[in-house]
Design a protein around this ligand. Structure first.
Ligand code: C6P
Length: 411
């Protein structure tokens, strides 16, 4: 394990006071994580010493920029055990990576009568692109239901995952329920009916070791900004044969082999999917984030979050009229807890907590079908944890929730 207070000191933003002069407690890492100094410094260094365009110029700085950009790709490939760096495509975020699949693989492989299977616990990023792909192709989108305790309803899987299913997509960890899904088992089931698998790993890659070869998924996506890296860059991992079979997403520089006025041919992987000048400084920052996480050790990161989540579940369950969403057991959950505090709107909860220097998220967390159609809620409040979260911070969260109840004369 690691020393949480020492880790906290690595994050400059957390070492400033909140305007209330209270310590700043950041419990919103699932929305976007804070950045350690090592990431900020790597990006500064890039702009001060290495900046140029990549893959283009024959000069020292362009070589330097190309080396650090491709070096970052290699770090990310190793981080998720991708067999080769070419199978790592840089996108803008997880959302763009999912849209890339919808506009390329889905557009050319789906026909009327085909089905896309997603689940009832998805973020909008893993719903809307499939609805758009269905509109383009005549395919249908189906949603695997969830159980009352916030798991995927595997008892119904065989009714939903059939020979009609051409693509099965699911989140590895729910951003609302916290549920950790059995990804390997789901991939195996999809394979048995001949469907390809797309994993939304936006809430898993930042928090636990991920091995794409062990999972055996076809495609997997995540975002840098949720794993201590900068905004503006995300990742699509894919099996080589799938990526090679997919047409390009966007056209322009870098993604072509040859262009004539009659037509064009495509570059090899990964460049076929990286049109235009890529997010070079952002890749460098993401590479530094991966180095930082590797230094902590992803097993340690996962254990730390599981122990914080167990502590939070226990402490929050003592608050009267607080209903926790998702599975009861910490080992079945990622590092976040969404809840409904009876009698107080989640936005009011977040506002009162903010007065105490505590940042949480309130709303539908971009999961409207889950909230409205399955949980019977319009919104919820959510505290999410990361490497710098301490049990003291959870105690302050609980104290502030008691204060909210007093302010609303519920106690
Ligand atoms: N969830 C949250 O507060 P982007 O915006 O592309 O980086 O990530 C989209 C996304 C996809 N899948 C899951 C499971 C996610 O949680 C998210 C982002 C944030 O829950 C912001 S809405």
């Amino acid at each position: 394990m690691f020393d949480v207070q020492k880790v906290r000191r690595d994050f400059p933003i957390l070492n400033q006071p909140h305007p209330s002069q209270k310590p700043l407690i950041y419990l919103d890492s699932a929305a976007s994580s804070q950045k350690p100094a090592a990431v900020i410094e790597a990006m500064n260094h890039y702009y001060q010493a290495q900046n140029a365009n990549v893959h283009r110029g024959i000069h020292y700085l362009s070589d330097e920029a190309t080396n650090v950009y491709e070096g970052a790709r290699k770090k990310i490939a190793d981080f998720i055990r991708s067999p080769a760096p070419e199978q790592i495509i840089f996108t803008r975020n997880a959302t763009e990576a999912l849209n890339l699949i919808a506009y390329t693989w889905a557009r050319v492989n789906l026909n009327p009568g085909d089905e896309i299977l997603t689940t009832a616990m998805e973020h909008h990023a893993n719903v809307v692109p499939w609805q758009m792909a269905a509109e383009m192709t005549g395919a249908t989108v189906r949603f695997l239901p969830i159980t009352a305790d916030g798991h995927l309803d595997l008892a119904q899987l065989d009714q939903y995952l059939t020979r009609k299913t051409k693509l099965f997509t699911f989140t590895a960890v729910s951003n609302v329920l916290g549920t950790i899904n059995p990804v390997e088992k789901l991939v195996e089931k999809a394979r048995a009916v001949g469907a390809i698998t797309v994993i939304d790993a936006a809430q898993s890659v930042p928090h636990a070791p991920v091995d794409v070869q062990a999972i055996n998924c076809d495609l997997l996506v995540f975002s840098s900004h949720k794993m201590l890296g900068p905004t503006g860059i995300g990742v699509l991992y894919g099996k080589r044969e799938i990526l090679e079979s997919m047409p390009p997403f966007m056209g322009g520089g870098d993604m072509i082999r040859r262009v004539t006025s009659q037509g064009s041919t495509w570059n090899e992987l990964p460049y076929k999917f990286e049109a235009g000048t890529p997010p070079i400084a952002e890749a460098v920052g993401l590479g530094a984030a991966v180095d930082y996480l590797n230094q902590l050790g992803m097993d340690n990161v996962h254990h730390h979050e599981q122990s914080i989540t167990a502590y939070a579940l226990e402490s929050l369950s003592e608050v009267p009229d607080l209903h926790i969403l998702g599975p009861k057991a910490a080992h079945e959950r990622g590092g976040l807890v969404a809840f409904d505090l009876k009698g107080i709107h989640p936005h009011d909860v977040a506002q009162i907590l903010d007065d105490d220097g505590i940042a949480i998220r309130a709303g539908h967390h971009c999961a409207m079908p889950l909230h409205k159609e399955h949980l019977g809620l319009n919104s919820s409040a959510r505290a999410s944890f990361y490497v710098h979260t301490s049990t003291d911070e959870i105690d302050m969260l609980v104290r502030s929730l008691y204060r909210a109840r007093r302010l609303f004369r519920l106690a």
